[in-house]
Design a protein around this ligand. Structure first.
Ligand SMILES: [Zn+2]
Length: 446
């Protein structure tokens, strides 16, 4: 966020991607990362936020071993953006603010059972990585809704290309704040905050657990304490981490090493103009323009690369439904990377019955790797089926002549006799298009 270190990949050597600035050495000066600010602005615009002209960074002071500076540079009273909303299945979830800060390092706790020693290690690769915090108003009403919101947010972030937002890699983390109220009452109770939830499933379960826990505390005459809590996936429960700090505990003050930011309105206008179609809008368009089933549209629109491939494939002449099926069933799950013209050609080969679906899969995998045209691969591998009626007629004649008993049975009404005839036909002409061949055979027998 404030230095030139590369963002380290998952599994990188600890403390291999650090410098004087993110380590918080005395005398260094941070510099604001323009690309991070732009990514935050893009997100804010996609969430229909207002972008105030003036913004600044602040110091949030606290001591923790994963924070070598003793403070985190964040944004307090003048965030980059405010007052947005996200459409969630027709309901507007209000966004309070989207702001930027720097991530902290990570502590890795290791126990030595033999000597009963406990050791903790610190990895500062993540320290200083840009972190965007998106805060909602208390508009989400259930664990289901919170999960849907997180999924929709992930789709949006991927769609506008600001983050892969992969929860397993820690690129998207959720910190649900949970409070409950008596039915009929407007007043929400004391809230707790669950920290660093890193999967949709954990988010859902942790909220369900926490709602039940708070209800039980209140029902038994107790009071809910404002605190941050962790989620233990192995024990499937939340646990108290620390009682909630209040803002004044952090002694926020404007970061003296960074100038206040003034966002140029022409920058915002440029970003608005260059903003790609948002996933939700694209989803709706895929349904209206291509008559895709809603479920298919959701899957395809969620990934900009897939959606682009789909539209280019249809533009190259493929049937929309079939193209969608191939993308959802084969391209996406196997991470294939066919060109649109090649995918269109493959869809046509299969829908026209020139190769089987199974052969189509093999051709697609090969074409995705080599870039070779599907028709060339099919021809080289001998997949192209013979659909020419003239060519097949002689083979049908031979089959009929070779099985007088089966032919007689079939004509006498034993329809299953057809199976033996088709089996022989497949043996004599493995490349015969089964549909064309069986039609010819039926005609000859009828
Ligand atoms: Zn650095």
């Amino acid at each position: 966020m404030f230095c030139g270190c590369a963002v380290s990949q998952l599994g990188a050597e600890p403390n291999s991607s650090v410098c004087e600035i993110c380590l918080g050495m005395p005398g260094v000066l941070p510099v604001i990362n323009r690309a991070a600010v732009e990514a935050c602005l893009k997100t804010a615009l996609a969430l229909q936020c207002e972008i105030p002209r003036h913004t600044k960074f602040d110091r949030k002071n606290y001591m923790y071993p994963d924070l070598p500076k003793g403070y985190q540079i964040s944004q307090y009273d003048l965030p980059l953006s405010v007052n947005g909303r996200l459409d969630l299945d027709g309901r507007q979830i209000r966004i309070r603010r989207v702001h930027l800060e720097e991530d902290t390092g990570k502590l890795i706790h290791a126990g030595d059972k033999l000597h009963k020693a406990r050791e903790s290690y610190v990895d500062l690769n993540r320290a200083g990585v840009p972190l965007m915090e998106i805060v909602t108003e208390p508009d989400l009403r259930s664990a289901d809704e919170a999960r849907r919101y997180a999924e929709e947010l992930q789709t949006l972030l991927r769609g506008i290309g600001v983050s892969d937002a992969d929860m397993e890699k820690g690129q998207l983390r959720a910190e649900p704040n949970i409070s409950i109220r008596r039915s009929g009452s407007d007043e929400l109770g004391v809230k707790t905050e669950l920290k660093n939830i890193n999967s949709f499933r954990a988010l859902h379960r942790a909220i369900l657990y926490e709602v039940a826990r708070q209800a039980q505390v209140l029902e038994s005459g107790g009071t809910v304490v404002q605190e941050t809590r962790g989620w233990s996936d192995s024990e499937q429960r939340t646990f108290s981490q620390r009682t909630k700090e209040f803002a004044e505990d952090y002694r926020y003050f404007p970061e003296p090493d960074l100038p206040p930011l003034e966002i140029d309105p022409t920058w915002i206008e440029e970003l608005k103009r260059s903003q790609a179609e948002l996933p939700a809008a694209r989803r709706a368009r895929l349904v209206s323009q291509y008559e895709l089933p809603a479920n298919d549209a959701v899957l395809i629109a969620a990934d900009r690369g897939l959606a682009d491939l789909f539209e280019s494939t249809v533009a190259s002449g493929a049937d929309a439904r079939h193209a969608a099926n191939w993308i959802i069933g084969e391209v996406a799950p196997h991470g294939l990377n066919p060109s649109a013209p090649n995918l269109a050609e493959l869809v046509r080969l299969v829908t026209e019955g020139r190769i089987t679906r199974d052969q189509g899969r093999q051709v697609l995998h090969e074409s995705g790797e080599s870039g070779e045209a599907p028709s060339a691969i099919a021809a080289r591998r001998g997949f192209e089926q013979v659909s020419d009626a003239g060519e097949l007629a002689g083979i049908v004649d031979a089959v009929v002549a070779a099985h007088p008993k089966a032919v007689e049975d079939y004509r006498a009404g034993k329809k299953q006799a057809m199976q033996a005839l088709m089996a022989d036909l497949r043996k004599r002409a493995p490349q015969a298009n089964p549909k064309v061949a069986s039609d010819l055979l039926l005609k000859r027998l009828g």
